[in-house]
Design a protein around this ligand. Structure first.
Ligand SMILES: [Zn+2]
Length: 223
């Protein structure tokens, strides 16, 4: 865990994480303010968990400042490639467009010499990726699994069943001591969420109309 630096920025208090490797630094996500926060820190590779504007707002600025590579899932391309993509959803935000140097698919991968395992867990957002760093026992999870919550599924491209299926099949089977670094809010562990997350422990007993997106049970709206 001590190889991670956390920055939280933007109106939606979005987390990003800088991970130090022996050969360079990986930044996971780029919320508003991240460019200034890491201006004096080397960024060699920007990886995106997903393309929602609160996670990618400073992406173009960071790429420009550091000349770093960036990578994400193919389904993220339209979200970061069109300046006014989110206006179609009714949000006022514009994102300075940028493009991937390479695309990421589910499976084992190596980034700056670090072996990572990538899970594709859509349902909150198409192309949503979770990055497991096995050596650190850390999952950089984006907006999929929160402490006591899950990502909202009511935005365009969202799907409740796909989200829950992905969490159950891909994330909950991980070791219970794996630390989850989520896109919003505090860190948690797989074991804690398996045991206590009301969306996962009570889902069986709730109909789809009774169970609400995380944003309605939390004081903060996440995207
Ligand atoms: Zn999101």
């Amino acid at each position: 865990m001590n190889r991670f630096k956390t920055y939280t920025g933007g109106a939606l208090e979005t987390n990003c994480f800088l991970y130090e490797t022996p050969v360079g630094n990986i930044l996971f996500d780029a919320p508003e303010g991240a460019d200034a926060a890491f201006a004096d820190t080397r960024v060699d590779l920007l990886l995106l968990t997903h393309g929602h504007f609160d996670h990618v707002a400073d992406g173009a600025a960071i790429i420009r400042r550091h000349g770093c590579k960036t990578a994400f899932h193919a389904d993220t391309i339209p979200m970061v490639g069109e300046r006014d993509f989110f206006r179609k959803w009714g949000f006022a935000q514009e994102v300075e467009p940028f493009a991937a140097d390479f695309l990421i698919e589910e499976g084992p991968g190596e980034f700056l010499g670090e072996a990572l395992r990538v899970f594709l867990v859509p349902g909150h957002c198409p192309g949503s990726l979770c990055f497991l760093l096995p050596g650190e026992r850390v999952l950089v999870g984006g907006d999929v699994l929160f402490r006591g919550g899950v990502g909202r599924w009511d935005l365009p491209g969202g799907n409740r069943d796909i989200l829950f299926d992905g969490i159950r099949r891909k994330l909950l089977p991980l070791d219970e001591d794996v630390v989850v670094l989520p896109g919003h809010g505090p860190a948690t562990t797989i074991g804690r969420e398996r045991a206590e997350n009301p969306f996962l422990t009570e889902e069986r007993n709730l109909s789809s109309t009774e169970i609400r997106p995380a944003s309605t049970v939390k004081s903060r709206t996440t995207l």
